[in-house]
Design a protein around this ligand. Structure first.
Ligand SMILES: Nc1ncnc2c1ncn2[C@@H]1O[C@H](COP(=O)(O)OP(=O)(O)OP(=O)(O)O)[C@@H](O)[C@H]1O
Ligand SMILES: [Mg+2]
Length: 272
């Protein structure tokens, strides 16, 4: 690049970056993503609130996974800007829980070493790592042997370990892409409650993709409903029932009402 071009680039007017409302954690502006020449997101704007759980719900293939993967930096964006409290992704600590826990843990490491792995990468001392492991084990009330290898554990135990690993470095944001979809009902209930407990303890901002509407609403402060592609925000619904939410929550008028509203919007979008 000629020096004069570099200067021009610096001086070129940047599109106005409009900050989100007070309490915003993640600001997404002008996000554009094409796959094979077809737009998935075009000039997409979104504010994700801090210390809240946002559930993402929408038609199959509308781009739920792609959205959180772009925010988490796993998939490149074509254009746009994503900031975390005004910082770039590089300056932000994030955690990610994958749907497929079987491929998420390293099979050659014991479960405890899988969980400690991000802390090792950060160069933490053994003392610090052990302390954090003890905290995590206590907060997850782990009943299985973490010295075992992942393949020796049940699916639910492996996904519990995946969540513990994602939380080990105390992320500012936790991304979860259908974390319960490969689990049986009992394990889903158990991990859902654990996640809620962790959220109540830490207030970590979470973005949760779920294809189960009841679960999406149950855990959410906000339900982000997306349209079919090219994907826009169909609606953002707020859900304010107190935590901890319990089985009783499922039959409260506010829960039922929000679930109904979400379903109506979803159906409207699917039929469009
Ligand atoms: N690497 C890729 N190349 C081409 N198209 C892709 C690629 N990844 C995703 N897509 C397309 O982008 C769209 C969004 O995919 P994505 O997986 O984000 O959707 P989703 O909402 O998570 O779907 P699901 O409900 O099935 O989990 C889909 O139409 C998909 O086919
Ligand atoms: Mg998906």
């Amino acid at each position: 690049m000629r020096p004069v071009d570099a200067l021009l680039e610096i001086d070129a007017p940047r599109p106005e970056f409009e900050p989100g409302p007070a309490g915003t954690h993640i600001t997404i502006r002008g996000l554009t993503k094409y796959f094979a020449g077809w737009p998935l997101y075009e000039n997409f704007n979104l504010d994700i609130p801090k210390n809240k759980i946002v559930s993402i719900f929408g038609p199959n293939g509308c781009g739920k996974s792609t959205l959180i993967n772009m925010i988490a930096g796993l998939i490149p964006i074509d254009s746009g800007e994503i900031l975390f409290d005004g910082k770039s992704l590089k300056e932000t600590r994030i955690g990610y829980v994958f749907q497929n826990y079987r491929e998420a843990l390293f099979p050659w490491l014991r479960t405890i070493d899988n969980i400690a792995y991000p802390l090792k990468l950060e160069g933490k001392s053994n003392l610090e790592i052990n302390r954090r492991m003890e905290e995590l084990v206590a907060s997850f009330d782990v009943k299985f042997d973490l010295k075992r290898y992942p393949y020796e554990l049940s699916g639910g135990q492996q996904q519990t370990a995946s969540i513990m690993r994602a939380l080990a470095p105390r992320p500012e944001v936790l991304f979860l892409d259908e974390p319960f979809s490969a689990l049986d009902f009992e394990m889903t209930l158990f991990i859902r409650e654990k996640l809620q407990e962790v959220f109540m303890q830490t207030g970590t901002t979470m973005m949760l993709v779920s294809h189960d509407l009841e679960e999406a609403v149950y855990l959410a402060d906000q339900v982000l409903l997306l349209t079919k592609r090219p994907t826009r925000i169909a609606e953002i619904l707020h859900y304010g029932d107190a935590r901890p939410r319990t089985v009783e929550t499922l039959s409260t008028p506010s829960f039922i009402d929000l679930k109904k509203k979400s379903l109506e919007i979803f159906q409207r979008e699917v039929r469009r």
